[in-house]
Design a protein around this ligand. Structure first.
Ligand code: NDP
Length: 329
């Protein structure tokens, strides 16, 4: 038997989430690698799954947890053998395939990537999907020609998981990062991880003009809706906006003016189905480029039982940085 969070759907449509024990027979049959999970994490999407706030879970019962790091126990997949260490992000795990907020999981070998040399399971999950998505966003800016000399970079939702890691990565690369946050109490925290300036997210979250004063050479947006539209309207000629999130909303209530009058480029970032080569490239860069002391400042370690409470907190915007789950605590 092993410990796991299990989600069931109540008759009234709400989600029942509890810490329980499962055995291997309850793990999905459609997997070719059985693994020991050492650490998992709570991302925004895990919060949605556990609270039932949004229909993230599409198969019941479900073990949530879109991320996991641990060691292979048994495998029939040609690339994986007992003792190999891995990182898993996305692929519908924790949504349609039982996930990693548990001490064991059965996954598909095609989904796993080797954990970068020297990176612990805890570090990998302190980064998690949020941090790996932040790296995909940072890489998108870099690959589209935004350099540290191009000008200021805006990061929205800055005190959250994606935002915090984006601030740490981009400042580490020498960019001048401006952090947008709703929590002015987190200004010192954001400066400690590399932001040089803090703006109030209220400046961005209400409807604005289609074109505004040009401020940003690049943007990492975890928020969507009016915030993304205003960020686009403030992006300098030829600038690049990497959009990955919807913390304010999924809508995009704006105009094409920034695209057709300023040549602004909007790059969509998806982590869930990103090709394996792209994932490996992002994780390699995370292993070399993310400052360990900044990651430690961003991260809080919790237990599986805590995860049930923290899932609500992340949906209510009360979590700073990243939550790493020690599934054996
Ligand atoms: P967090 O909850 O940790 O961070 C989100 C942050 O957004 C909050 O901390 C808060 O930051 C800000 N925020 C929250 N509510 C609002 C609001 N109503 N209006 C404006 N800002 C708000 O989540 P994550 O960092 O894990 O994820 C961020 C977003 O990215 C989510 O929408 C998530 O679904 C998405 N995502 C997408 C991925 C992809 O593959 N495309 C992968 C991973 C995440 P502050 O208080 O500092 O303003």
């Amino acid at each position: 038997m092993f410990n796991a969070i299990l989600l069931n759907k109540n008759e009234d449509g709400t989600t029942d989430a509890r810490l329980t024990q499962l055995d291997d027979a309850q793990l999905p049959a459609d997997g070719d690698v059985t693994v020991r999970i050492d650490y998992s994490t709570i991302n925004y999407k895990d919060g949605l799954a556990i609270t039932g706030k949004s229909p993230v879970v599409r198969k019941w019962p479900m073990v949530p947890g879109i991320d996991g790091a641990g060691e292979v126990i048994t495998s029939t997949h040609p690339d994986w053998k007992a003792g190999d260490v891995f990182v898993l992000n996305g692929w519908g795990v924790g949504e349609v395939h039982m996930g990693c907020l548990a001490q064991r999981a059965r996954l598909k070998g095609d989904w796993l990537i080797p954990r970068p040399q020297g990176m612990s399971a805890k570090t990998a999950m302190a980064i998690g999907t949020a941090g790996y998505t932040a790296m995909l966003c940072a890489m998108a800016l870099q690959e589209n020609g935004v350099t540290k000399d191009s000008g200021d970079i805006l990061v929205t939702g800055a005190s959250g998981g994606v935002g915090s890691v984006a601030v740490a990565i981009l400042s580490g690369w020498g960019y001048r990062v401006v952090a947008s946050t709703g929590k002015q109490t987190e200004a010192d925290y954001l400066k400690s991880i590399g932001a040089v300036e803090i703006i109030d997210r209220a400046e961005l979250s209400v409807p604005g003009k289609p074109l505004q004063k040009e401020r940003w050479a690049g943007v990492v947006d975890a928020v969507g809706s009016h915030t993304l539209v205003n960020a686009l309207a403030q992006t300098r000629y030829g600038g690049v906006v990497a959009a990955c999130g919807l913390a304010q909303g999924m809508d995009l209530p704006g105009s094409v003016a920034p695209f057709i009058l300023r040549g602004v480029r909007l790059i969509g970032i998806d982590s869930v189905m990103a090709p394996k080569a792209r994932r490996i490239a992002a994780w390699q860069k995370l292993a070399t480029d993310l400052d360990a002391s900044k990651l430690a400042a961003i991260t809080q370690e919790i237990t599986l039982a805590d995860a049930l409470v923290k899932a609500r907190d992340i949906i209510e915007g009360k979590v700073r940085g990243r939550l790493v789950v020690n599934v054996n605590a």
